[in-house]
Design a protein around this ligand. Structure first.
Ligand SMILES: Cc1cc2nc3c(=O)[nH]c(=O)nc-3n(C[C@H](O)[C@H](O)[C@H](O)COP(=O)(O)O)c2cc1C
Length: 391
């Protein structure tokens, strides 16, 4: 510990800041987080639940859980990644091609019709076949596709996330019952996509990362086995994730003034120590977890495309209904769901193929959906200045 002259207050503060600024900020957040459980119980819950829905699992959900317990499991963890050597140029060609081939598939091929329960068959026989055709039901899924999807999800988990915090869960919906339950919460033709495709992956963004504090701590410990992570370093990383994920489930009206307060304190400290202390801009908990989750979603879609599977990303869904039907905890947002399977037929740009919002889709460079001109979107150095390709 260096010795300071009594009159050298500025250098003393500066030294103190140097070593302890982070700890002070983190401690402040720790204090704030103490009050959060209270705010969660009394403020966030009522504010974040616009539609009052029962938290008790529905009969359908209980049935689905029982069936899952009986079903043989596919060990995802045992799936290995091919490490075959591939030249950099071949990789670039492959990636460009995969990227161009991805398109939002508007219609999927049904793998097989579901085997009906005996009671259902009797009812159909009584009421006449037409009634049965008019009633839409989810299709039976192709097990080979499901296996590929699991592999793609495993690969997609390689997507980056802030501090490697991985604030997401991925729910793969492929049983007839679960698909049907999900389809009932999807708008327009999105429901048909869920019913006809082999599976739909739900990308769940964790808005309450703070609840994973211990899990993340164990994760940090485990990855440094034999060379345990320094306790203070671990706490620092955990605190930083808490900071970026906007504390716990803090409501915006609390997190905004806290953020302002912390910024002001840091600004003040910067002024007295004559140092420029940069503070990252914090977003809401949902924005933070969504940005991390969407990278996994995109990686997943490209992985699926590379295996010849068609995907359709969708946001036209009724989230509270989905959560209730599939037993998803309230802490998760559902920014995107992605139906995956075999396309009904090779897409074209015919008007007939337009989706419900009039967009025509297609794979390959000649048929792909248009994008804004490059110069409108990609800039160099300064916002608005055109990026010129080097000759
Ligand atoms: C966040 C997001 C939400 C979307 N929601 C829907 C949707 O609800 N229904 C749908 O048919 N397509 C949906 N799409 C697909 C887009 O319409 C499609 O990606 C876009 O028109 C570009 O077409 P392309 O993917 O074939 O290039 C969505 C895509 C994204 C990225």
């Amino acid at each position: 510990m260096p010795h300071f002259q009594a009159q050298d207050t500025r250098s003393c503060i500066s030294h103190y800041m140097n070593r302890n600024a982070t700890m002070i900020i983190l401690s402040l957040f720790h204090l704030f987080s103490l009050g959060i459980s209270v705010s969660d119980a009394f403020l966030v819950g009522p504010l974040q639940r616009p539609v009052q829905i029962s938290r008790r699992p529905t009969e359908a959900l209980k049935l689905m859980r029982r069936q899952r317990e009986k079903a043989p499991s596919v060990p995802v963890a045992s799936m290995t990644t091919d490490t075959e050597e591939i030249s950099p140029s071949a990789m670039a060609v492959a990636f460009d091609s995969i990227n161009r081939c991805r398109y939002a598939c508007t219609r999927f091929r049904r793998h097989a019709e579901p085997k009906k329960e005996p009671a259902q068959i009797t009812a159909i026989a009584k009421e006449g076949k037409n009634k049965a055709i008019a009633e839409p039901t989810a299709s039976e899924s192709d097990k080979i596709v499901i296996r590929q999807v699991l592999h793609c999800l495993n690969i997609a988990r390689r997507a980056p996330s802030g501090f490697n915090s991985q604030p997401y869960r991925l729910l793969m919906v492929s049983s007839v019952q679960a698909k049907e339950a999900l389809a009932k919460c999807c708008h327009g033709r999105n429901a048909d996509r869920v019913r006809d495709s082999d599976c739909t992956v739900l990308f769940l963004a964790d808005r309450e990362w703070g609840r994973d504090w211990t899990r993340f701590g164990k994760f940090l410990d485990a990855r440094n086995e034999g060379n345990p992570i320094d306790k203070w370093m671990k706490r620092k990383i955990q605190m930083l994730v808490l900071l970026f994920s906007s504390g716990y489930p803090l409501p915006r009206f609390l997190s905004a003034p806290i953020s302002f307060l912390v910024r002001s304190i840091i600004g003040f400290m910067g002024a007295i120590t004559r140092r420029r202390l940069l503070v990252p801009t914090l977003s809401s908990a949902e924005t933070w977890s969504t940005k991390n989750t969407m990278l996994v979603a995109m990686s997943y879609m490209l992985a699926a495309t590379s295996r010849g599977l068609a995907t359709c990303p969708m946001e036209g869904v009724w989230v509270p209904g989905i959560k209730r039907a599939l037993g998803i905890p309230r802490r998760y947002a559902i920014p995107l769901i992605v139906s995956t399977g075999t396309p009904y037929h090779t897409p074209t740009t015919d008007l007939d193929e337009a989706d419900d919002v009039g967009m025509a889709h297609g794979s390959g460079s000649d048929k792909a959906t248009p994008r804004y001109p490059l110069a409108d979107v990609v800039f160099a150095d300064v916002f608005g200045s055109e990026a010129i390709l080097p000759s």
